[in-house]
Every structure is written in C-alpha cells, then in structure tokens.
Design a protein around this ligand. Sequence first.
Ligand code: MG
Length: 283
Amino acid sequence: MTQPRHLALAILVLASRLFAAAADNPPAADLGYKDTPIIPGTPWHVHDSDRPRPPVVTPGPGFSQLALAPADAVALFDGKDLARWSDSRGNPSRWKVADGWFESTRGSGGIRTREKFADFQLHIEFATPASVTGTSQGRGNSGILINGIYEVQILDSYNNPTYADGQAAALYGQQPPLVNASRPPGEWQTYDLVFESPRWDDKGVLVKKAAVTVIHNGLVVQNHTEFFGSTDGVGAIPHKALGAYGQRHPPEVFIELQDHGNPVRFRNIWLRPLVPASVPVAP
Ligand code: MG
C-alpha cells in the first residue's frame, strides 16, 4: 500500500504547485477583454484589460464598522434572521445565518429585500472568504444588485488583479472606483452608499439616470456616479455587453445580494429612505 500512497502524495504536491502557479499568474483572459464594446465617453472597452487600475489606499481602522442604525433607519439585518429577505421567487432565503452574520450560499441564488425603496442611504458590511481561492472575478465575488440590474461590485480586491471596472466598489462594467480601499480577505469592510433611482417621464423618456455615491471603508470611491444603464451580466444585459436602460421601472427598487458562488459574509445592514415613496422628481 506504500507505493500508491506515495503516488497520491506526489499527485497532490504537483496539483497544489500548479494551483499556486495559476493563482500567481491568472490567465490573460481572466484580467479582461479587448473584444467588447467601447464605453461611450471613454477610450476603454467594457472590462478592458488595459484600463488603469485605481491606486491602492490603506483605509484607517474600523470606519463605520458596527455603526448603530439611526432612529429613522430600516434594519435590514440586525444579526438575527433574514425575515426581511427572500429569494428571487419570494420564498424564504436559504443563505446560512450564524450569530450576527449571514453568508451567500453557493447555488441558492441571490437574496433580495422584500420591501422596495426609492432613493436611499445604505450601510452594509461584508467580508470576503479568509481562505483565498480563485483569481480575478472568481475570488470573493458577490455584489449589491439594486433592483437586480444595477451592480455595485463586491469582490476580494486585496492583491487580486482583475479588470478595473470589475473590482470591488466598481459599477460593474462601467466605472472603476476612485481608489482601491479594500481590506484583506476575511476582514470586515463597509460600504456606505447613497443611491438615486432613475426616473422616466409619462411618455417613457428617461429624464434622470440612476446615480450612486459609495464610501468604502471610509474612502469616497464613487462620487455621485451615474449608471449609464443596467450593468452587464445581470438582468437583460449579457456579460461583456454595454449596459443600457431597458424598460422603465418605478423608482422604488429592491436590494439584492448576489450569489456568485463564493461564500461572502454580511452583517449590520440598515437603510434610510431619502424621499417618501412615489414622489416624482422633476426633469
Ligand atoms: Mg459581482
């Protein structure tokens, strides 16, 4: 029995070395594309491998971690259960809930808030897996999919090269963050964001684009950035296609957290509506 054991050990060592080499040198296609549409107003393709990646800035310790919700906030997750969330069909979430946090559970699909909100302020905390596997978009991938179609990316972007418009806090396929403020894998991180829904007039003409401001671990990384449409790879826009606004939708939107096959953890999520529902915004 000794020889097969040695053989198995040799195969294991070889496989781990190959895996480590792959992790250090992700395949070129992993880092982006040049065969995708040009993003209007920029010289860059969607998920352009040559688009400069933002500078890394180490955040100060603990910014807004475990921030207590203001009096007028809706507690979307207070550490106990996912009662305010469902799967895409309205059924109870199957994501794992533990003491004070929950985790995206592979194959369960995204989860979304049962309530809808128009313009809002959102506080959310997340941690990408402490045990690092995968590269580029395969490492700690989740996302905040507002109305299921506007994605603010969640990714392990700590020493993890990927295309600039796909890293943490990017508007996926559209706008990289101003800086890379990511904390190491396994550490809690915060997004504090302000989202404004798009508006259409009575004739169905888009009169105001969706816009978002994102503070990542205390650093402004999106400064009232407009979405130029639904982001690619979710909803009706295929991956690597140019984002676009499709059918008009009410300003009240749900917030979805993406299941991208990686066990990303979340805690302490609360939201403040900024305008009463269904108040129209003048063009
Ligand atoms: Mg994602």
